[in-house]
Design a protein around this ligand. Structure first.
Ligand code: ADP
Length: 461
């Protein structure tokens, strides 16, 4: 059997070998999911819901072990991993509840001799492809609604973080999920992807990852006309207005930017600060960043872990070099904890004198760099915020109610945070517009991705 080594990105030490699957494994998994579908989809919603409740419970019971696994393979501070496991479990709970609320409708007919109904039915076999930045919650955010709706699944986790995925699938098994309902395939992304895309059986691909791979999936799924649910890249702006509570804005900007070392699709990418408070905001930000500790996520007190791999680190450096070449002023926080660290660490960096032609201002950096630019007028800030092909999340800090409503309505984003940078909750619809994606995850909306609405027209004598 072919295998692949999984490394700890903080220490660069080998953790374990994981099997490296390909076309044949994926085809077997599709067949297993296909065979399990009739029974799983015809169970009552209450029965499926019961299994999801049980899985939620088991995940919470095993939270610490899961969090340690997550940090070991992914790098984020243990505190963040604990938060992620709680969040991952909350999707199981939410969709255990939603399974029982998947209502259809009846439509008043314009013809006296007809009765019209719409019934939701599971779409069928689903391919779920997930990223490494949230190795647990991106899985349950897809699997929980899929299972609640009655779908069976082939899960392909990111090659960097299969260990959390394996543990989650074991929890589902322990909860009593019938064989074949969830099938995990690790290994060759391209081969697994092609098998899923070319299969007539797979009816939906649910994906979280880069816009580049998202576009590839859109193109390749056309042969079999699959439904797609896509959570792609983002380029989140933060607008800090002069009526903001500055300390709150500073703290939450840091929390958004340095969460997962800047490797989340809703992390702040660019910060626009109204000119009258620009200096004050920047000074406070620098002072706070100096206090942050870079280190192994498993060690107490670590605020920022390593980047996932060398190529991630190289990309961040390319963005920095590009900004410097175009005139940016670099405030690299000389965090003494960095010395002696073996992994893919990158010191938190603040950039001023930034111009819109710098890559940090329009491409996802996925690392701990904060470019800050001043603005004068509200409309100018909105125009800059919207000047991107992405449309996932945007944030603003203001204590002016009128302004918050005005600006919120004009921001072309699927998610807007007002004095808040942590919008992702199981009960709320998460998703982007423009090139950030198609569809919603979470909320009662999220389950709709996994059903087809069957329209029934009955002739009545
Ligand atoms: P990132 O740059 O954050 O790693 P990717 O979009 O490359 O984002 O990866 C997200 C997920 O998509 C991972 O599970 C990855 O293995 C998978 N992936 C990458 N390329 C393909 C492909 N051609 N077909 C199917 N899945 C893919």
């Amino acid at each position: 059997m072919q295998t692949e080594v999984i490394y700890n990105p903080a220490t660069l030490e080998k953790i374990v070998d994981v099997s490296y699957g390909g076309t044949k494994d994926t085809e077997d998994a599709i067949q297993a999911a296909h065979q399990a579908f009739p029974q799983w989809s015809s169970m009552t919603a209450r029965e499926r819901s019961g299994l999801l409740y049980k899985a939620n419970q088991l995940m919470l019971e095993q939270a610490e072990e899961l969090a340690i696994t997550l940090t070991s393979e992914q790098g984020k501070p243990l505190q963040e991993s604990r938060g992620e496991i709680k969040s991952a479990a909350s999707f199981l709970l939410w969709y255990a509840e939603e399974a029982n609320r998947l209502y259809g409708e009846t439509i008043p007919s314009s013809m006296p001799s007809k009765r019209l109904m719409v019934i939701p039915q599971a779409i069928g076999v689903v391919g779920a492809i997930t990223p490494w930045n949230f190795p647990a919650s991106m899985i349950t955010r897809k699997l929980a609604p899929a299972l609640a709706a009655g779908c069976t699944v082939i899960l392909k986790p990111a090659p960097e973080t299969p260990l959390t995925a394996i543990k989650i699938v074991k929890i589902l098994e322990e909860a009593g999920l019938p064989r074949g309902v969830v099938n995990l395939v690790t290994g060759d992304a391209k081969a697994i992807g092609s098998s899923l895309l070319n299969s007539e059986i797979v009816r939906l691909i649910t994906f979280t990852g880069s816009t580049e791979v998202g576009k590839y999936l859109i193109k390749e799924s056309s042969h079999t006309v699959k439904k797609l649910s896509l959570e792609l890249g983002g380029h989140a702006p933060i607008l800090v207005f002069d009526d903001a509570q500055i300390d709150q804005a500073v703290d939450l900007t840091l929390a958004s930017k340095f969460r997962n070392a800047g490797q989340t699709c809703i992390c702040a990418n660019r910060v626009y600060v109204q000119r009258s408070i620009f200096q004050q905001f920047t000074d406070k930000l620098i002072a706070k960043v100096k206090e942050m500790k870079l280190g192994d996520g498993l060690e107490d007190g670590t605020d920022i872990g390593p980047l996932i791999n060398l190529s991630a680190k190289e990309k961040v450096q390319r963005h920095l070099d590009d900004a410097v070449a175009k005139g940016a002023k670099v405030i690299k926080i000389d965090n003494k904890e960095t010395s002696g660290l073996k992994g893919h660490f990158y010191s938190p960096t603040i950039l001023t004198n930034v111009t819109d032609d710098m890559r940090v201002m329009y491409e996802e950096t996925f690392g701990p760099i904060i470019p800050i630019q001043p603005f004068d007028e509200e409309d100018e800030a909105i125009t800059k915020a919207n000047d991107t092909n992405y449309g996932l999340a945007a944030y603003m800090f203001t204590k002016n109610l009128d302004r918050s409503v005005r600006v919120m309505e004009k921001l072309q984003y699927g998610i807007v945070g007002i004095n808040d940078v942590f919008p992702a909750l199981a009960e709320a619809p998460f998703g982007g517009i423009k090139q950030s994606g198609i569809g919603k995850e979470g909320g009662h909306h999220g389950i709709n991705e996994f059903v087809e609405m069957k329209y029934v027209s009955m002739g009545i004598e």
